[in-house]
Write a protein that binds this ligand. Structure first.
Ligand SMILES: Cc1cc2nc3c(=O)[nH]c(=O)nc-3n(C[C@H](O)[C@H](O)[C@H](O)COP(=O)(O)O)c2cc1C
Length: 182
């Protein structure tokens, strides 16, 4: 797949089914994440892969957070089912190192770039990915379960699998609304 075509025309697809990427395809996805821009070489990334039983463990972690907030049963049921919307979920964590010249924000941005790079690598190999977040990714119970420390943050849950439908058309956007010249 042509790189520019991928950049200009990628769409997210939420409907994802098996198979998930594995072997070389999965390794390529992780390696793409590891090519995210990285000021001072801090490598501020952790990628936690959930599949099979791992999806059940992720579900348990989210449910624990929802229960800790005394959430209504309907909310608990929703978070319980959430990880099963794809055969694989990669939780992407910004692992923040204290550094004079590289504030935490830059490290969060780097981890965000890693998410998009992994999404692109998935699409380039015939898979699909959907970047999800939600309030639970900021919850202490979830942070504890994933072993976050200090200023670490979860920047997203990247749902991965095989597309269950064709992507929607790319929205037309008027460049003049976004671009200015100084
Ligand atoms: C940091 C981040 C978090 C997101 N979280 C969610 C989410 O929880 N649920 C959701 O439906 N879309 C979420 N999105 C948006 C989708 O991943 C997707 O980009 C959006 O549906 C637009 O589709 P497109 O990528 O094809 O333009 C998030 C995007 C970003 C950048």
């Amino acid at each position: 797949m042509d790189a520019l075509d991928l950049l200009l025309n990628r769409r997210s697809i939420a409907k994802l089914s098996a198979p998930a990427p594995e072997g070389q395809a999965l390794e390529n996805i992780i390696r793409a994440g590891l090519r995210a821009p990285d000021h001072a070489g801090l490598t501020p990334w952790r990628f936690v892969i959930s599949q099979g039983e791992g999806l059940g463990k992720l579900s348990d972690i989210l449910v624990k957070a929802a229960v800790a907030e005394n959430s209504e049963q309907v909310v608990i049921d929703k978070v319980k089912n959430a990880p099963f919307r794809a055969p694989m979920v990669i939780t992407v964590i910004a692992k923040v190192t204290s550094h004079d010249k590289v504030p935490a924000l830059e490290q969060y941005l780097s981890a965000g770039c890693a998410v998009q790079a992994m999404q692109m690598a998935a699409v380039a190999q015939g898979f699909q990915a959907f970047w999800r977040s939600g309030k639970w990714m900021f919850h202490d119970e979830v942070h504890q379960a994933f072993g976050l420390e200090g200023e670490d943050q979860i920047v997203g849950f990247l749902y991965l699998g095989t597309p269950g439908c064709t992507p929607m058309k790319v929205p037309e956007r008027d460049l003049s609304k976004f671009v200015e010249y100084l």
